[in-house]
Each structure stands twice: as C-alpha cells, then as structure tokens.
Design a protein around this ligand. Structure first.
Ligand SMILES: [Zn+2]
Length: 238
C-alpha cells in the first residue's frame, strides 16, 4: 500500500500529541496516512503494554489512518545503528511516502531526539539502491521521501512553519485522550507523571491556540524542517 504521509513516533501517543490535528486534516483532504510506532512504550510509568496497544488502536481509528504498525524496538534503549535503521528503511520502502513526519529534534524524553535522528537518517539511507532490504521475502525498491518534518513535543521548540488545524482540534484531543492511562485523570490511583498533570492536559489546547493566534487562526500545530521551505509564489504563504 502506498501512503502519502508516514508519521513515526518513539512511543504510541507521540504522533497524536505532536501532529494529530494535522494528520486528521490531511486525511479529511483525501491523503492516505500511516503511523509507525518504534516501541510499545513498555517503560511508561502508567498503564501496561496491553492497555497501550488498545489505546493506540483506538486513537488510530479516531484519526482515520490507513495503517498503524509497531517495530517493537526497546523503549528507552533503542539506538541509531544499522539494525534499527534497516527496520525503518523497510517501512519507508513498504509504504513509499512522499512525506515523513517524526519526533521532535530535541526533548525531555531521550527517545524523542534519538528517534528523530534515527528516522531522519533512515529516510536518507532508504534512497540508496545498494542498501538491500526485503519485506516478506520480496526485494524492496529504494525510496526516499521528498520531505522530512519534525513535530514539537514537551519542549517549546520554535517552529519553521505551522499548520492551521482549526476544525480538527476536537478530533486531535479525542485521539490523545484515547490514551486514558497516560493523561490527567483525577480519579486515577496511578503514580503522578509530568504528562499526567492537569497542566500538561491544559497545554494541549493552549499551545495549539497560541500557535494559531500567531497566524490568525484558532488552532495550529508547529513543525521544524531539515532544509529550506520552497514555494512557487509569494501568495502560497497567505
Ligand atoms: Zn514519547
């Protein structure tokens, strides 16, 4: 299956938190979108792997993505080496996306910056014909995405561009809250974590509103890029 956009996250919920509104909007515009999670978030303080799997499937359904896969890398301990790059290359060649979106380039959780560089490196390597990979016994063709974007997570990173997600913020929040074990719930007996605080839950809306405010819309999500953004005409940026 060929996809237009493939979004990677080190943990299930990274993609929803980083670019859920953008993906919901692109899907509504007719784009085919998939999600690949690197790990199952098995070291997360709250919840369990089984619960997280169910939550990830529910969130994928809410967003309307065509496919969601998990590469079963080790939470916190995966590294950016040949074996891990080849697993990502196999996904890129399988789905042949024009655009790849991946983790924040730098963040509080060490997997985010690490996952960001791993996916970015694999996007480049995937275009080299002499790197041979197979999927289900069949030799794969080289494929390099045209663009690699990075979403923004815990830290406030200045975006290179923002996407207007007005009209899609409710769906974004619904997909995030599908991870009931991870976020603020005053009735939960699980340990406190930074992302389970009320402050973090509130930040999901106020950051999107703030990024939206700066471009004159209600809600937006921000991204960073790896090369200059090119436009055909000045009007493209209105
Ligand atoms: Zn994460």
């Amino acid at each position: 299956m060929k996809l237009d956009i493939l979004a990677f996250g080190a943990h299930p919920d990274d993609v929803e938190l980083g670019c859920g509104g953008t993906l919901a909007k692109e899907i509504a515009l007719g784009k085919k979108v998939g999600i690949v999670d690197l790990t199952r978030g098995e070291l997360g303080t709250r919840g369990s792997v089984e619960l997280r799997n169910e939550e990830a499937a529910a969130a994928a359904k809410i967003l309307g993505v065509s496919v969601r896969e998990n590469l079963d890398m080790r939470d916190a301990f995966f590294v950016n080496d040949e074996a891990h790059q080849l697993k990502i290359i196999e996904m890129i060649r399988k789905y042949q996306p024009e655009i790849v979106i991946c983790n924040a380039i730098d963040d509080r959780h060490i997997d985010h910056g690490k996952g960001s560089k791993l996916v970015s490196d694999a996007c480049f390597l995937s275009g080299l014909m002499k790197i041979e990979t197979e999927h289900k016994g069949e030799k794969q063709q080289a494929w390099r995405p045209k663009l690699v974007y990075h979403y923004i997570q815990w830290k406030n990173i200045t975006p290179d561009f923002v996407v207007d997600i007005t009209g899609y913020n409710d769906k974004r929040i619904e997909a995030i809250l599908a991870y009931g074990s991870q976020f603020y719930n005053p009735n939960s007996n699980e340990p406190e974590t930074p992302i389970a605080s009320k402050n973090f839950l509130d930040s999901l809306n106020y950051r999107a509103q703030d990024l939206g405010r700066l471009i004159g819309v209600d809600y937006a999500e921000g991204f960073t890029v790896e090369r200059y953004l090119g436009v055909n005409s000045l009007g493209d940026l209105i």
